[in-house]
Design a protein around this ligand. Sequence first.
Ligand code: GDP
Length: 315
Amino acid sequence: MDRQAKIYVAGHRGMVGGALVRRLRDEGYDNLVTRSSRELDLRDQAATRAFFEHERPEYVFLAAAKVGGILANSTYPAQFLYDNLMIGTNVIHAAYETGVRKLLNLGSSCIYPRLAPQPLQEDALLTGPLEVTNRAYAVAKIAAIELCDHYRAQYGCDFVSLMPTNLYGPGDNFDLTSSHVLPALLRKMVDAKERGAVSVDVWGSGRPMREFLHVDDLADACLFAMRHVSEAGPINVGTGVDLSIGELAALIADVVGFEGALVFDASKPDGTPRKLLDVGRLAALGWRAKIELRDGVQRTLHWYLNHREERLART
Ligand code: GDP
């Protein structure tokens, strides 16, 4: 991928796409193509095809998706399935039709069966039933992996699928009804500390185990894969380390300086009991995560506080 290459980052307004654009610019890639979802609806096949024919990108990072936490996924499954199936299918097919040199498809660790052996290896895919709270999203992501792999096998397309674990970092969604656990707890604890509240609600039992990858580490992995990996997917991206939601809550409380109680709310779902990726395949290819969780949470806290202040200043 030379510095003049034309690169399309699909989903540049999201946390992952935003991190990719920052990283690519830092490395001197200036020929980037982006479109907001208002400018280009990737669920629209004709519009997506016309865009690819007009822009003719050589490299594509497919980071556009409808994403959300456990509550959003279980409340809007039809939208999570339809939007993500359409986005994946339209972008991958248009990339094939217009001769894109390489495409990097981003999925999620929720593609693996709910009770697959841990840490989750890539070959666990399609070996058992999925977790019900995000099955719709997972099925769409599995379809996109299958598309990439079959287009590779049948048409010789260099399409690679990376499966990141739970992500966090600058640009994350801090809306409490649709966000993932890490930004949600960060925000709740900042608010509680400022209000002098004595406790913070943590959904579920606190026992589920999750692994968290900083989005800048993911951007690093994506560039690595774009440069050095040409294999059928899925390929896991994570830290290889997990912790319980209760431990995560304690860590965030410590970083934020919230000293009140953590109250577990059993009326909310736990979701998958454990989701730790086996990261051996990408490690064998030469990549590993660098940002330690506490450091990453600290950076995300700074981003959140600054971002919140900027937004307040504008209003
Ligand atoms: P998941 O990894 O797909 O299950 O997505 P989430 O990040 O939304 O949730 C991970 C775990 O954190 C689940 O067991 C949630 O119940 C738990 N959790 C605890 N507190 C919260 C919260 O405030 N928001 C969210 N989204 N999850 C929470």
